[in-house]
Design a protein around this ligand. Structure first.
Ligand code: ADP
Ligand code: MG
Length: 703
């Protein structure tokens, strides 16, 4: 088609007839800034509307005897309203059109009294019957017909329902879409080449928009949605693959070969034998690192699976080749802990591991940065501080990110900064929150994946119980018994400070426990607002067994490793997410004694109840991740914030897995043929790709 649409998708939303600055501002809150955004604001569902009939037609269509019709819709004016006395409160309205009268009756709906008045025009829908000689619709659906909308009687149709707001109802959105749908989609350019569209039986783009907004049938709506969802998935896959291809073809990293001798020397440093799973994963990573193509691998393993050992193995490999390696943790507590445990492994070795966090004292930091820059500091752990502009590595061959879900795509790409010799580091990311397969194909679609599924020997799974608040004393009694037996425990509360919400906070809860159920035990509090050195001191005393029970916020969520801790009590458990509860629970049962986790809570919502049931019923982190995805949806779990990517508008990662596979295959084949999307048929898709994902995926340097 050659017609240029009269209204373009890139036009500002004010180009829509009837949209002024005030409405534009409201639309903006729904993330609608352009005509294209409005088109992409697809219905959340549809309502079946029935064809309107005249009242006489309805009357004639009532089956013999006391039959009832199928759903019918009538349009008319309210002639009279009656509220008859009686035991069952009801409201009767007489609706009148040119052909006759029908009685509308609502039971138990007293609020209608203030809504209906004589003279109003309504469309009422329901099943008609005859009652005591009157034609009647009982409890009909209804809506008013305002003058602006006083269209001719309509046919049966699916009416779209849009995500709306108080000041912008679905029907207004429907109207705006009506005004642009034809002009914007007629002759609309379709960025998807015919060959893909044809192979996957996808509608042309303009047609898909018309089908999703104004479907002739459910089937029609589904077809439209399928095309638009495909586009979103396809675009992200193209971006991810283009980036991956680019990294692989243009960047080089140091080749770090695992020789038998190096392997033996590294393994000697561990205080335990690696499990078969750990050995397998070390070999997978070793294969990657041996090549000069930069590694981009995700290591998944449930809490306590022993990922750190695998990380250390890789770091020592880099050091053995004379290069630098860094391990980046999401919190200073974790960085400090890794520093301590790796430090112990290196006792007596010629290498030392450095620690760089936001709280490293300035003088120490300066000295450390110098050693990093001249290459003499080969091993390093730290927090985000490692990413700061001032950290200049001489020869960083490997970066390992612990607890990947805290790092976005953007931050990962910053790690790709070349060293002075022009080479980039290999990247290994570790996560204990398993990324559901669905998501690992999309957001993390550029990563290879390794998984540790088997726990180190001698562990038994933690027992989890949901306990109502009234039974909390029993829980603390149990904890006191475990402490008497020489073990330790955690009590997690949701708040750092006293809050209005009446939630337990660290200091008050500690004081309460000390004065009551845990009297005589050694308690201490930790939370994220403490000074790092104070916090570290408390953690060290806990590790040394000088503290029995740690009262903490979720700062202890990830990675804290104290094998003697066996009991985890979580107050207000209903306030935590599934993955978070699983992480917290993973802090106990890390030694040989069985861990016990008590979730104290009384969920008030259905969702909260399902969450606690789920966590108590399974110990499998992968299963929990899928459940979490099911309950909260991917937007929550790996939403824009975590992944750094704009969320999908149409695609639904749970429902569209098959479509995702197709989109992935197609994107892969296109990138294979045209790695930088420079072909003539790629111009429009390339433009859209850069606009949507250019910044977050770092595509700017790709072409
Ligand atoms: P995570 O995968 O959660 O990071 P860690 O690496 O912290 O797990 O390991 C959990 C605990 O298991 C640590 O105390 C660690 O020393 C221990 N561990 C790891 N690997 C083994 C092994 N092969 N044999 C015995 N204990 C191990
Ligand atoms: Mg860990």
């Amino acid at each position: 088609m050659t017609d240029v649409p009269a209204i373009q998708i890139d036009d500002a939303i004010e180009a829509v007839p009837g949209v002024g600055p005030r409405t534009a501002a409201i639309l903006q809150r729904l993330a609608i800034g352009t005509v294209g955004d409005l088109l992409d604001h697809v219905p959340i569902r549809y309502e079946q509307e029935h064809a309107e009939a005249s009242i006489a037609e309805v009357d004639a269509s009532i089956p013999e005897e006391d039959g009832t019709t199928a759903n019918v819709a009538v349009r008319g004016e309210i002639a009279a309203i009656k509220i008859p006395p009686g035991r069952r409160p009801r409201i009767e309205a007489t609706l009148e059109d040119a052909s006759g009268r029908i009685q509308l009756v609502w039971f138990n709906a007293p609020w209608l009294r203030n809504k209906l008045r004589p003279g109003m025009s309504l469309v009422a829908e329901g099943r008609a019957k005859r009652y005591r000689g009157y034609l009647q619709l009982a409890n009909p659906q209804w809506r008013t017909v305002d003058e602006a909308e006083d269209l001719p009687a309509r046919d049966a149709r699916l009416r779209p329902v849009y995500a709306a707001s108080e000041d912008l109802p679905s029907r207004r959105i429907e109207e705006y879409i009506d005004r642009i749908l034809e002009p914007a989609t007629t002759g609309m350019e379709d960025p998807l080449p015919e060959r893909f569209r044809h192979a996957r039986a996808l509608r042309p783009l303009g047609e898909a928009y018309r089908a999703i907004h104004r479907p002739d049938s459910r089937r029609d709506a589904d077809d439209g949605r399928r095309r638009l969802a495909y586009d979103e998935l396809f675009l992200l896959q193209l971006g991810v693959m283009m980036k991956r291809r680019h990294l692989r073809s243009t960047l080089t990293a140091a080749a770090l070969e695992t020789t038998p001798d190096i392997n033996a020397r590294i393994r000697d440093r561990f205080p335990f034998e690696l499990t078969p799973d750990q050995i397998r994963v070390c070999a997978e990573i070793g294969n990657d690192l041996a090549r000069s193509i930069p590694t981009n691998r995700l290591l998944q393993g449930d809490v306590g699976a022993g990922k750190t050992a695998v990380a250390v193995h890789a770091m020592l490999l880099a050091a053995a080749h004379g290069h630098q390696a860094a391990l980046m943790a999401p919190t200073s507590i974790l960085a400090e802990q890794h520093h301590a445990s790796i430090g112990r492994m290196l006792e007596g070795a010629s290498l030392e591991i450095g620690l760089l966090t936001g709280s490293t004292p300035p003088a120490e930091k300066r000295a450390l940065l110098e050693r990093i820059a001249d290459g003499s500091q080969r091993l390093l752990v730290g927090t985000h501080a490692l990413l700061s502009e001032r950290t200049e590595f001489a020869d960083l061959a490997l970066v390992i990110i612990d607890e990947q879900h805290r790092f976005g795509v953007e931050q990962r790409s910053r790690l790709r900064r070349p060293n002075r010799d022009g080479r980039v580091p290999h990247v290994l990311v570790m996560t204990a929150t398993p990324i559901p397969r669905t998501l690992s194909l999309t957001v993390f679609g550029d990563l290879d994946v390794s998984a540790i599924r088997e726990l180190p020997p001698g562990r038994s799974p933690t027992v989890t119980r949901v306990v109502v608040p009234g039974k909390a004393p029993d829980v603390y009694g149990f904890l006191a018994d475990r402490v008497a037996a020489g073990e330790q425990g955690f009590v997690v509360v949701p708040a750092v400070e006293e809050s209005d919400a009446g939630l337990a906070d660290v200091e008050n809860h500690r004081a309460m426990l000390e004065a009551g159920p845990l009297a005589g035990l050694r308690l201490a509090g930790v939370h994220g607002r403490m000074k790092p050195d104070e916090r570290e001191a408390v953690m060290n005393r806990f590790r040394a067994g000088e503290i029995d029970v740690l009262v903490a916020t979720v700062v202890i969520e990830v990675g804290v490793d104290v094998p003697n801790a066996t009991v985890m009590v979580i107050e207000h458990a209903e306030r935590f997410g599934l993955a978070q509860l699983h992480q917290l629970r993973g802090r106990v049962g890390r030694g040989s004694a069985r861990g016990v986790c008590a979730l104290i809570g009384e969920p008030t919502t259905e969702e909260g109840r399902r969450r606690l049931e789920a966590i108590a019923s399974t110990d499998d982190g992968f299963e929990i991740a899928e459940l979490d995805l099911g309950i909260r949806g991917p937007g929550e779990l790996f939403g824009a914030r975590q992944s750094g990517l704009p969320p999908f508008r149409v695609a639904d990662l749970l429902a569209d897995l098959d479509l995702l596979r197709i989109a992935r295959e197609d994107a892969s084949s296109w990138i294979e043929d045209d790695p930088r999307l420079l072909g003539p048929d790629a111009m429009e898709i390339r433009r859209r790709l850069l606009e949507r994902y250019g910044a977050t995926l770092g595509l700017g340097d790709v072409g």
